[in-house]
Design a protein around this ligand. Structure first.
Ligand SMILES: [Zn+2]
Ligand SMILES: [Zn+2]
Length: 359
C-alpha cells in the first residue's frame, strides 16, 4: 500500500514529504493508521547520522487497520499507542525487563526487522525504518505486536503517542526505578518534555523537586507542573545553588541532558547513598567524576524507556493523565504533519516543550 511519509534523504537535511510503499503486516505485526506522533530528541539525534534513506518517528498513536495472523492483543478499530520493540524471547524480556532486551539495538535501531528486511521502500529503494518499533513519521506504520499498546478509546488519541517514549521515560525513571519515598529530595536536570514528566512523577511521590535548566520559560512551566524549587543554571554556580537548597545533598537526581558537565553536577549534588538516574541521550560521549565522589554509596544508573513494560505502564500513566494528575498535555504544541520541519525547528530552539504532529 501507499503511505505518506516524512523521509530523511541525507543525514542532517530537512525531512521530505513523499509517498512510500508499505508492505503488508507479517503474522506478528500490526498495520496502524497514524493519528498523531510526537517528535522526540532521539529522532533529531538520529537524524544527524542514521543511514539514509530513513524513516524516523517513535511516539505514534493511531487506529489499528489490520493485524497479522498471530496477533492476539489488538484487532482492527482498536486505539493504540506505540512504544519500543523487544524480542520477546530473551531472558530479560522473559523476566519483565523488555527495555533491556538483549536484542534491543537490533529490533529498534538497525533500520530493519531482525531478519534484515524492511517494510518500507521509496522509488524502488529500501528505506531504513522500523525505528524504535515503529517509524511513525508516516500516515501508516507496520509495527511488531510487542510495540503496540491498546488504549481506552475514550482517551485523547492525539496526545497518547509521546507516552510511548518521552513521558514514559521521565515518569518511569522516577516511579519504576528510583522510587523515592515521600519527602525525599530530587533534582531534575533539564526541564524539557522528559524532565517535566519526571518532575510531575516526583511531585506525585510527594518529593521536594528541584528543576534545573538554562531556560527561564521552561523553569516557570516546571514550577507550574510540580517543581517545588527551580535553579537557573545559566546564572552559573549551579552546584552552590543546589547546596543552598539541600545542604546535605539530594537523595536522587535525574539527568535528561546527556551532557558531561551536567552529569557531573548531578552526581556531585547527591548526598551519601544518593542515586542518579541517567535517562537522556545527549551530546557527550563520556562522563567523568572523581572516583572518591562515589565512595559514599552514591550510584549512577542508566535507564532506558523508564524501565517500563509499556503494555502495563502506559495505561497507568494515561489514566493518571485523564484524571488530571499527570498533566503533560500542557507541554504539547500540535502541528499538522506537513509542517514537520517547522515543528523540528521549534523543538530544537526550545520554544515548544513537546511537538506533536497530527494527520
Ligand atoms: Zn528480548
Ligand atoms: Zn524518544
Amino acid at each position: 500500500m501507499r503511505a505518506t511519509a516524512a523521509l530523511l534523504q541525507k543525514p542532517g537535511q530537512p525531512f521530505e514529504l513523499t509517498e512510500v510503499d508499505l508492505g503488508q503486516p507479517r503474522p506478528d505485526e500490526v498495520l496502524v493508521r497514524v493519528a498523531a506522533t510526537g517528535i522526540c530528541g532521539t529522532d533529531l539525534e538520529f537524524a544527524t547520522f542514521f543511514p539514509t534513506p530513513a524513516l524516523l518517528g517513535h511516539e505514534g498513536s493511531g487506529i489499528v487497520e489490520k493485524v497479522g495472523t498471530h496477533v492476539t492483543s489488538v484487532r482492527p478499530g482498536d486505539h493504540v499507542a506505540m512504544s519500543f520493540a523487544s524480542c520477546g524471547t530473551c531472558t530479560l524480556c522473559d523476566t519483565g525487563s523488555p527495555a533491556y532486551c538483549r536484542a534491543f539495538d537490533t529490533v529498534n535501531f538497525s533500520g530493519r526487522r531482525p531478519d534484515g528486511s524492511t517494510a518500507v521502500t521509496h522509488a524502488g529503494r529500501e528505506v531504513n525504518a522500523h525505528f524504535l518499533g515503529q517509524s511513525s513519521f508516516a500516515s501508516h506504520v507496520v509495527a511488531p505486536e510487542r510495540a503496540i499498546v491498546r488504549i481506552d478509546p475514550s482517551l485523547d488519541l492525539l496526545r497518547a503517542g509521546p507516552f510511548g517514549c518521552g513521558f514514559q521515560t521521565g515518569a518511569g525513571g522516577v516511579l519504576n526505578v528510583l522510587q523515592p519515598r515521600p519527602g525525599s529530595s530530587i533534582a531534575v536536570f533539564g526541564a524539557g518534555a522528559v524532565g517535566v514528566a519526571a518532575i510531575i512523577a516526583a511531585s506525585l511521590s510527594a518529593c521536594m523537586v528541584v528543576a534545573v535548566d538554562v531556560n527561564p520559560a521552561k523553569l516557570k512551566a516546571a514550577r507550574d507542573l510540580g517543581a517545588t524549587h527551580t535553579v537557573d543554571s545559566s546564572a552559573g554556580a549551579t552546584a552552590d545553588q543546589l547546596t543552598t537548597l539541600v545542604p546535605d545533598g539530594f537523595d536522587f537526581a535525574i539527568d535528561t541532558t546527556g551532557r558531561e558537565d551536567v552529569l557531573r553536577t548531578a552526581v556531585e549534588a547527591l548526598g551519601p547513598l544518593g542515586r542518579a538516574g541517567v535517562i537522556g541521550i545527549g551530546p557527550s560521549e563520556s562522563m567523568t567524576f572523581e572516583w572518591r565522589s562515589i565512595l559514599n554509596g552514591r550510584s549512577v544508573t542508566g535507564i532506558i524507556g523508564g524501565s517500563s513494560v509499556p503494555q502495563v505502564f502506559l495505561p497507568q500513566l494515561l489514566k493518571l493523565n485523564a484524571e488530571g494528575r499527570f498533566p503533560v498535555e500542557k507541554m504539547i504544541t500540535y502541528f499538522p504533519f506537513e509542517r514537520i520541519n517547522e515543528a523540528v525547528a521549534a523543538v530544537r530552539s526550545g520554544s515548544v516543550g513537546k511537538a506533536v504532529l497530527t494527520f
